[in-house]
Design a protein around this ligand. Structure first.
Ligand code: 1HN
Length: 342
């Protein structure tokens, strides 16, 4: 049953003034704004950032603003539904493209939000998390979980660019976002955990009284991800693999999830409608997607987004590898993640 709710205008002017003065407002005129029927009414609009278009601006930022003046030299990818300058790509996900030039370092800090980097181009970049040096190669996923010290450096000869994905909007909403700064960290002189402790799927360091770290593996090398996707895709249609914590089997972070997808040339994917919002980063390939009917043509290194419950059709024109960034882990924890068949 759906009755028409009363409006503010129906109420006498003196009553409205009196409510104003008392610091109260009637719920019923605004009820449907916060509780629409059947499905949410997202502010987020499908958005697309072509790497070709953003890259020159990022390189120019490298000429205009020394890293010392930026702390992090980043161009923020703002959701079209919120406008340029919005520090949201979807309601819960922040995205930015970060540039580091040869020889530069970005100072160490620790903050409450969590970040994940997906390396877009360049060689020789690295991130140090809690003393562990994580090399950054194209397509690698590198975690800097909330509460972990991290700094970045660059030992190569060409610019390094990566995509930052943070749960920053959630922390800002909770009035819980803050950072502490510190000196660059000493680096342990050994390869990262993906090369040592978690070198092969299904094998983990022998369990002892010592509990595993909360974030035991913080780098997911693209070479292994691609090989795993190819093996899966060779035996079926599209392949999708979730990035997980190798000790718990859970998502890599409490709030954000990451899924690697491979599509063969000519393949079509029509995922169910999901209550999670998504951003897609194209590691390799070319194609187009229809998101709520809007056509987005994507190529290598592009990024695009889809709002909650979006109707999404992907068409791979070439063999394509995408990483989907989403907020399902957060929605799971809040008890409402949902998928609808279409
Ligand atoms: C941050 O700490 C980094 O560490 C990048 O590279 C982007 C955007 C907002 C807040 C913190 C980084 C960020 C950020």
């Amino acid at each position: 049953m759906s009755t028409q709710l009363g409006t503010l205008e129906e109420l006498p002017a003196d009553y409205r003034r009196a409510m104003d003065e008392a610091g109260v407002a009637p719920l019923w005129p605004m009820m449907r704004n916060v509780l629409p029927h059947g499905a949410p009414n997202p502010v987020t609009k499908p958005s697309h950032w072509a790497y070709e278009a953003v890259r020159p601006l990022l390189i120019r930022a490298g000429e205009l603003t020394p890293v010392e003046k930026a702390e992090r030299r980043v161009l923020v990818l703002s959701d079209q539904g919120r406008g340029v300058g919005a520090m949201q790509a979807t309601a819960s996900i922040y995205l930015g493209l970060q540039l580091l030039l040869p020889g530069e370092t970005a100072p160490a800090h620790v903050h409450t939000p969590s970040a994940v980097r997906i390396v877009v181009e360049g060689q020789g970049g690295y991130t140090v998390v809690d003393g562990e040096k994580l090399p950054m190669e194209e397509g690698d996923l590198v975690l800097t979980p909330g509460g972990e010290w991290h700094d970045h450096g660059h030992e190569g000869t060409e610019p390094v660019v990566w995509l930052d994905a943070l749960d920053l909007p959630v922390f800002v909403y909770l009035e819980g976002s803050y950072a502490t700064e510190g000196p660059l960290q000493p680096q342990r002189n050994r390869p990262d955990a993906s090369e040592v402790e978690y070198r092969a799927a299904g094998l983990a360091p022998s369990r002892s009284a010592m509990r595993a770290r909360r974030y035991p593996m913080m780098r997911y090398p693209w070479a292994k991800t691609e090989a795993a996707l190819r093996a899966m895709a060779a035996h079926g249609e599209s392949a999708e693999l979730d990035f997980i914590n190798p000790e718990t089997g859970e998502d890599v972070l409490p709030t954000m999830g990451f899924t690697a997808m491979m599509m063969h040339a000519g393949e079509v994917a029509k995922p169910p409608l999901r209550s999670a919002s998504s951003a897609f980063h194209v590691v390799q390939g070319r194609g187009h997607s229809r998101i709520n009917g809007e056509k987005i043509e994507w190529g290598p290194k592009d990024t695009f987004t889809a709002p909650v419950f979006a109707q999404i059709d992907h068409y791979a024109e070439e063999e394509s590898f995408l990483i989907r960034i989403h907020d399902r882990p957060l929605q799971d924890k809040l008890g409402y993640y949902e998928e609808r068949v279409r």
